[in-house]
Design a protein around this ligand. Structure first.
Ligand SMILES: [Zn+2]
Length: 263
């Protein structure tokens, strides 16, 4: 097992009920595939106690705390921020704030989403933690907001999770210092825009993730996704870039470790 190149699944949701039945088997498969650590993303604060239990159960798991833009109904102003701050202070396994962001594909409430996003960016800045940014059909307002945030003298570090935009947008997020994360969509034959991004992204600025249980990569497309499948994502990127699997595994792992301090 030690001869396998190390992989990191930088974004998964194994707290979801679809993993209830067979999580031990899922874990043995990710260990067999060489997945050395995982970052569990949080979509809303009520999940935190259960995610924490998963971190107790699987020592290679770290997690984020945050509120997803499609869950703004759970937002309770400073109360929510207090919960997130407390969770981050209490447990050193909290390595990021998120997922946070904007989603204008499934929802239209931009102002409300911004109201939930901004305080979380401030919290990440206060705690000196990276952010996990969910951004769907919202690159322009997201760039505007992040630029304003930076111009006000604050720092932003983090990742554009499950990247689905074009090369021009990607370059703007890279210019802000963000990392770009590729999910199972990079394995889809028709996703040419994402292939182009995976081809040109700098070697020291990309991560790989499954976003399990969503978006299973080819050849498992349509099934439940799981962390072991991050291997297929690394393979696709290796093929697109004409590099070896080992080099993609090594640099994506080093990038995840640099950004999140993962083991
Ligand atoms: Zn996610």
């Amino acid at each position: 097992m030690s001869s396998l190149p190390p992989l990191i699944d930088s974004h998964c949701h194994i707290v979801f009920s679809s993993f209830e039945e067979d999580l031990d088997e899922v874990a043995s498969r990710w260990r067999l595939a060489g997945v050395k650590s995982l970052l569990h993303a949080c979509v809303e604060p009520s999940e935190i106690p259960s995610i924490k239990l998963l971190a107790d159960r699987f020592p290679e798991l770290r997690y984020s705390v945050g509120l997803h833009p499609l869950d703004t109904k759970s937002w309770d102003g400073t109360k929510t921020i207090d919960i997130l701050r407390k969770a981050a202070h209490e447990d050193s396994r909290v390595v990021a704030i998120g997922e946070l962001g904007l989603d204008l594909f499934k929802d239209r409430n931009l102002d409300e989403q911004i109201n939930v996003l901004k305080p979380q960016l401030h919290l990440a800045n206060e705690l000196d933690l990276p952010v996990i940014i969910h951004c769907r059909d919202a690159a322009a307002p997201m760039l505007k907001l992040l630029k304003e945030f930076k111009q006000a003298g604050r720092s932003i570090k983090g990742v554009m999770h499950c990247w689905g935009g074009n090369e021009e947008e990607m370059k703007k997020f890279l210019d802000l210092g963000l990392y770009i994360s590729f999910s199972g969509t990079v394995t889809f034959p028709k996703a040419q825009q994402i292939h182009q991004c995976a081809l040109v992204v700098p070697e020291d600025r990309f991560l790989i993730e499954t976003d399990s249980p969503f978006l299973a990569p080819v050849p498992m497309r349509g099934k439940r996704n799981e962390p072991a499948f991050v291997e297929s994502i690394a393979s696709s990127i290796a093929e697109i870039r004409g590099q070896t699997f080992a080099s993609i595994a090594n640099c994506s792992t080093a990038n995840s470790q640099a950004l999140f301090g993962l083991p």
